[in-house]
Design a protein around this ligand. Structure first.
Ligand code: CP3
Length: 350
């Protein structure tokens, strides 16, 4: 309990309480990519801002994009409108978007390339992002949670090595051929992630999520050395600066390894992707770690009786421990907003 300025007692917002291990009568809900292209008002705002990265660095536009879904849906959280690729962009690995093709980066290939990355630029370059966090937090009702985020070191390294997304074979090849160079890159990224998350918490985020979008199908030693260890390092470093930092980890596609991931990284909550088994994950993490997920975004976009059955399945699973209702991956652009409204109202019991 904390005391508000008017002297009345005020509980932490519901979603934050769940992330910290409290079991609520109804699970709180937010959705990955709840802002963005499924909303007509986003497409309009986006059309007025040519480059996507510039959009991320424009506090007025990014604040508006963050708040748009909150006006439509009874979600429990705002997620900062930004991108995981602002970290590489800010430390000297420029990022741009080719229309219809996704992100492009100037690839890093050698120890010399990595030596040129400059962590000292991170916080000044990303100042507009922290300003956005502050503006959103200032506009938020007391019962809603402000979430910040970062990409995990391995996922960021994968983009930086390949210069793009795709099938990730180039990143795995690099990992087998140049483990020492990769280790140096992951060290820089662990520090960058910690600094970026600390700055978001200082600017007003209640909690943060670490997106490990590319945890799927890794050899076990890669998972341990490149997913778990650098994430654990980033979180330990973050907690030197913010001892009470509340962290959600989302090792997408690796829910069968979530027990080891949670134990070694120290996250408060773990995201479970589309293919994950909530009962098995609960057994693996124990009764007090919060789970988050795992509705198929295509089920949400499809709607109908299939959606209701899936909502009820997840609500039943959520009775076994602290749970945050979410998707197993982001909202897809063709999702009708009416389906999102239906989902959020049903989960909230409205
Ligand atoms: O609502 C939210 O979730 C907040 C904003 C957010 C975005 N990207 C906005 C965005 C968040 C949390 C992300 C995370 C992100 N970005 C991830 C991790 C989650 C995941 O999807 O696995 C990754 C891998 C990225 C990298 C990225 N950014 C890609 C691959 C793309 C292109 C593909 C796509 O969906 O368009 C982006 C662009 C991007 N990031 C858009 C948005 C709204 C679309 C760009 C546009 O509006 O023109």
């Amino acid at each position: 309990m904390s005391i508000t300025s008017d002297g009345g007692p005020q509980m932490a917002p519901r979603l934050l309480r769940a992330l910290r291990g409290e079991r609520l009568e109804r699970p709180p809900i937010w959705l990955m990519r709840q802002a963005g292209r499924h909303l007509p008002e986003y497409l309009e705002l986006r059309a007025a801002n040519k480059s996507f990265m510039d959009f991320c660095y424009a506090p007025a536009a990014a604040t508006e994009a963050t708040l748009q879904p909150l006006r439509r849906y009874p979600v429990d959280a705002a997620i900062l409108f930004s991108d995981i690729l602002v970290i590489p962009d800010a430390i000297g690995c420029p990022v741009w978007f080719e229309t219809g093709e996704g992100p492009r980066l100037e690839p890093v290939a050698t120890a010399e390339d990595i030596a040129k990355l400059d962590l000292t630029k991170l916080l000044t370059r990303l100042e507009p992002v922290y300003e956005t966090v502050g503006r959103v937090r200032g506009a938020l009702e007391a019962d809603r949670t402000m979430l910040g985020f970062a990409g995990a070191p391995w996922t960021l390294a994968t983009y930086m090595i390949q210069g793009r997304g795709g099938d990730r074979e180039q990143a795995r090849k690099f990992a087998w051929q140049h483990p020492d160079v990769l280790a140096a890159l992951l060290d820089i990224l662990s520090e960058a992630v910690a600094l970026h998350l600390d700055a978001q918490l200082r600017a007003g985020a209640h909690a943060v999520q670490i997106f490990e979008s590319w945890a799927e199908d890794l050899p076990e030693r890669f998972f341990n050395d490149y997913v778990v260890a650098p994430t654990a390092k980033a979180i330990a470093r973050l907690r030197q600066m913010q001892p009470d930092a509340t962290v959600i980890g989302f090792p997408r596609g690796a829910s069968h390894r979530v027990g080891a991931y949670v134990a070694a990284t120290g996250v408060n909550a773990a995201g479970i992707g589309i293919g994950g088994d909530l009962a098995a994950a609960r057994a693996a993490v124990g009764p007090s770690i919060c789970l988050q997920g795992n509705l198929d975004p295509i089920c949400l976009a499809s709607g109908g009786a299939g959606l209701d059955a899936e909502i009820d399945r997840i609500l039943a699973a959520a009775e076994t421990g602290p749970h945050v209702f979410n998707l197993g991956h982001g909202v897809v652009p063709w999702t009708p907003p009416a389906h999102v409204l239906h989902l959020t109202r049903r989960v909230r019991g409205l």
